[in-house]
Each structure stands twice: as structure tokens, then as C-alpha cells.
Ligand binder design. Structure first.
Ligand code: NDP
Ligand code: 13P
Length: 320
């Protein structure tokens, strides 16, 4: 059995894939009305419309009903993870907790596994990340993800438990690399969307993606990540997907920014808060991250996109 805490798009998609593969799955929704609606219609119309929930998927509203030691996938937005863990500390302890959120916490600069470690020391923290759109997973399309867990044996068990007919799970012990890849790619996706939204062209986007990848590497390697993690699914793979697809909310948010349009504030855009958290960390560590800096300045309204491009293009010429 597996449980998923958070019935947003991603949590629901993972629950569907696991249940369709024959596992018993419990999917937790914090809102009883939403849970009742999903039980009645066998669909998550609010977050992932158009996909039927398999019979093996049970909707729950109390995390206490999840049996002891069963792994729980934590699928809530990054900036909400702390609140959720504080509130449900007792129910979630003593088991593997797999963070499915991508980002860096604004108030502390921590990634998801460090937050789990801090708040629920009896849990085994892990991270599931990589290039994957919820709608693709839910429709049974093939997807490859990275499971990061510093404990090799626990990582192996989770890899086995989370593999399904359409989810191919790779494994690493490098949680820092996996987390930072997923966090920074969202910031670069906002920048890529902005460039495309403003009509600056695909060549400019390719340059941003490549130099954004360099920023991701600089920060992650300085924090002790392994280079191969960043060139894998959780780094390069997710950067490639998110910076080029209209399915990405971070990319679409960037497009709106580039077009000077507003964006629905209720949509989860992880790169917005994370860009600030990453920039703060980079400044403390004296790491140069000019694209991240430009994204933050555009979000603050202190820099227009064209000025940002001029700023990036007029930096001192150097070796690649
Ligand atoms: N969507 C995707 O394609 C992918 C998403 N991810 C990552 O998954 C994470 C979740 O994203 P996604 O599922 O898309 O987001 P959604 O916006 O679809 O859903 C967010 C979910 O989190 C719940 N939630 C929000 N705040 C809290 C809280 N304080 N306590 C408990 N639950 C809360 C919401 O509940 P309610 O509905 O009641 O508000 C909702 O169920 C993000 O970090 C994202 O980067 C990763 C890969 C793919
Ligand atoms: O993380 C994702 C793809 O891997 C989903 O991206 P968005 O959050 O930008 O939609």
C-alpha cells in the first residue's frame, strides 16, 4: 500500500498510476467537500479533470487512517510543506516520507528533505522529482522520474514500490542535486517563458536554458551535489521539459510576464517564491546567478524584460 497526501494535480496523477498498477492507494484531501466530490464522481474535477479514479484508489480525509510504516508521498506546494508537516506530525512519523514538491523554502532556504528531517526526525526523507506532467502520468503515458534518498536500502524499496507500468523510476542518494535541479529549473522556465512571450525567439531561449543550466550547476555543486544528478532527469531532463512546454505553469506564467499580461494567482507557480529563495542563498554563498537575479527583478517590477536581456547580453565577455 501507498498513501498520497495532497490531492492536487500531481498527487492525484501519481495515485492514479499506482492504483492502476494494482496497488492499494489512499489519497488524502484536506477539504472534506473535495473528498466527497471525488468519492461521488470518481474524478478529481478540480485539479485533474477528465481522468477516472481507479477502484483501488481510496479517498481519505484523515491522515491518521494511513497504516503505520506505509510510505506517504507529500504532494503539496513547496511553500506549504512546513505547515502541513507541523499540523500532521504525529500521523506522518515513523515511515518513509517522499516529497514530491519542487522548490526551496523562502523563509529558511531549505529544500523539502531538510524540512522533513527538521520536523519529523522519525521519518525517512526522500524526494521524487524529474520531468513529468501530471496529465501525462494520469493518462498512462510513459514517464521517467528520479527517487532520491540518502539511505540506499530505503531508496531501493521506494524505487520498487513506486514503479508502475508507466512510471520508470531511477534512483540516487544525492538528495541535494535532485532537489536543486527541480527547484532551479522552474526559475529558468519562467525566464524562458518570458523570452518567448515577448517574441525574442527560440535562439534566445536556448541560450537562457544553457546558461540557466550553468547557474543550476554552480549552486548545486557548491552545496555538495554530484554533477551526474544535474545532467540527469531531475536537472537537465526537467529543465528541457519545463522550458519548452505550454503544459508547464511556470513557463506559461513567464509567457504572461513577457507579454505584460496578468496571470491567475490561484495557479501553483513554484518558481516565483523559489527564485527569491535561490537568489538569497546565492548571494550568501557569493554564487553568480544572473538569470535568477533578472527573474526576481522582473517579478518585483524593477526590471522590464528587454532591460533584463540587455543586462544579460552586456555582461563581461568570458569563456564558456
Ligand atoms: N502538476 C504537475 O504536473 C507536477 C507537479 N509537481 C510538483 O508537485 C507539487 C504540487 O503541485 P500540484 O499537485 O501540481 O499543485 P496543485 O496546485 O494542483 O495542488 C496543490 C495541492 O496542495 C494542497 N495544499 C495546498 N496547501 C496545503 C496545505 N497547507 N496543507 C495541505 N494541502 C495543501 C491543495 O489543496 P486544496 O485543493 O484543498 O487547495 C492541492 O490539493 C509542486 O511542488 C509541483 O512543482 C511535480 C511534477 C509535476
Ligand atoms: O514540474 C513539472 C514538470 O516536471 C511541472 O511543471 P509546472 O509546475 O511548471 O507545471
Amino acid at each position: 500500500m501507498i498513501a498520497v497526501a495532497g490531492s492536487g494535480a500531481f498527487g492525484t496523477a501519481l495515485a492514479i498510476s499506482l492504483a492502476a498498477n494494482g496497488q492499494a492507494v489512499q489519497l488524502w484531501a484536506r477539504d472534506p467537500d473535495h473528498a466527497e466530490e471525488m468519492r461521488r464522481t470518481r474524478e478529481n474535477a478540480r485539479r485533474l479533470p477528465g481522468v477516472a479514479l481507479p477502484d483501488a484508489l481510496q479517498i481519505i480525509t484523515e491522515l491518521e487512517t494511513i497504516p503505520a510504516e506505509i510510505p506517504v508521498l507529500l504532494s503539496v506546494p513547496m511553500q506549504r510543506l512546513r505547515d502541513m508537516l507541523v499540523l500532521h506530525k504525529l500521523a506522518l512519523g515513523g515511515r518513509p516520507l517522499v516529497a514530491c514538491c519542487k522548490g526551496v523554502e523562502l523563509s529558511t532556504g531549505l529544500g523539502p528533505t531538510a524540512i522533513i528531517e527538521e520536523l519529523i526526525p522519525s521519518a525517512m526523507p526522500a524526494m521524487l522529482t524529474g520531468p513529468s506532467f501530471a496529465a501525462d502520468i494520469a493518462r498512462g503515458l510513459p514517464t521517467a522520474l528520479t527517487l532520491a534518498c540518502h539511505d540506499r536500502a530505503a531508496g531501493r524499496a521506494l524505487q520498487q514500490a513506486l514503479s508502475t507500468h508507466n512510471l520508470r523510476i531511477y534512483r540516487t542518494t544525492d538528495t541535494i542535486g535532485a532537489e536543486l535541479g527541480g527547484a532551479v529549473k522552474n526559475v529558468i522556465a519562467i525566464a524562458s517563458g518570458a523570452v518567448m512571450g515577448a517574441g525574442l525567439g527560440e535562439s534566445a531561449r536556448a541560450a537562457l536554458m544553457t546558461r540557466g543550466f550553468a547557474e543550476m550547476q554552480r549552486m548545486a555543486l557548491a552545496l555538495g551535489a554530484q554533477p551526474e544528478t544535474l545532467s540527469g532527469l531531475s536537472g537537465f531532463g526537467d529543465l528541457a521539459l519545463t522550458c519548452t512546454s505550454d503544459q508547464s505553469r511556470n513557463y506559461r506564467f513567464g509567457q504572461s510576464l513577457g507579454r505584460g499580461e496578468s496571470f491567475d494567482a490561484s495557479i501553483t507557480v513554484e518558481g516565483a517564491a523559489t527564485s527569491r529563495a535561490v537568489l538569497e542563498r546565492a548571494r550568501e554563498m557569493k554564487i553568480d546567478m544572473p538569470i535568477t537575479e533578472a527573474v526576481v527583478a522582473m517579478l518585483d517590477g524593477t526590471l522590464q524584460l528587454r532591460q533584463a536581456m540587455e543586462m544579460l547580453l552586456s555582461r563581461p565577455l568570458k569563456e564558456e
